[in-house]
Write a protein that binds this ligand. Structure first.
Ligand code: NI
Ligand code: MN
Length: 235
């Protein structure tokens, strides 16, 4: 395996290149913090953590246009398949894994809700992406004690955690989360997209690093962050 490249496109949207291009929660159209247009990106795999529009985003259109596979929770996957002919979907549920285009994806708990067009759409999830270098994208979630289980089972090298509050963890909860996860690196997400989710990533970084739980990378939208396969950050 080669190097891993991570790009934040604002909110919870990350583009991860691990040989194949993985796009998580592609809220691009209508995202005031996005640096790209949906036409700019050609994913192989699209992961959607739950049905809320700020996560589902352009997923269906991107999958259909690029012949990409959508990986999501069972109920949401079924609902999307029913509405969109030709959509390739791999459904998944907690503790389940799929390998799509050589990319290993496992589903983990997220304490949040999920809906699609106002209808209840099953449970939300977080994901573990990759087998050697492992990325935990928490989706939208509150803090929960089984993050210790995520560490025990998967030991992610990099965790992407919401810090915006209101719908998810804010700084205090996310700092606690890092104490359970102990990932080498943590990237805060899901903040400052809208006024409701104001947060301070530098405060988060200072609090986490004071305790030595993780090195926080305050990602800049559109700027590539690279790691080698042993999990070291490259310049
Ligand atoms: Ni949500
Ligand atoms: Mn959200």
């Amino acid at each position: 395996m080669s190097n891993i490249s991570v790009k934040w496109h604002g909110h919870a949207c990350f583009e991860i290149d691990m040989g194949k291009k993985v796009l998580v929660d592609p809220f691009i159209t209508g995202n005031p913090k996005s640096d790209i247009k949906k036409e700019d990106i050609r994913p192989d795999v699209v992961i959607v953590t739950h049905g809320h529009s700020d996560h589902l985003g352009d997923a269906v259109e991107l999958c259909l246009k690029n012949d990409a596979t959508l990986v999501t929770m069972v109920e949401l996957g079924w609902a999307l398949q029913e509405k969109n002919e030709g959509l390739k979907v791999h459904t998944i549920n907690y503790s389940g894994s799929v390998t799509v285009d050589g990319v290993h994806i496992s589903s983990v708990l997220a304490t949040h809700t999920s809906s699609l067009d106002g209808n209840y759409a099953g449970n939300p999830m977080g994901v573990i992406i990759g087998e050697k270098f492992k990325i935990y994208h928490a989706g939208d979630t509150g803090v929960f004690k089984d993050m210790e289980l995520i560490r025990d089972l998967y030991n992610p090298d990099l965790s992407m955690l919401p810090i915006g509050g209101y719908f998810t963890m804010h700084v205090r909860e996310a700092v606690y989360a890092t104490s359970m996860l102990r990932s080498k690196y943590t990237i805060p997400m899901h903040y400052n997209t809208f006024d409701l989710i104001k947060s301070d990533p530098d405060l988060f970084k200072a609090e986490v690093e004071k305790n030595g739980y993780s090195e926080v990378i305050v990602a800049q939208v559109g700027k590539e962050i690279r790691f080698d396969e042993s999990g070291r950050r490259l310049a």
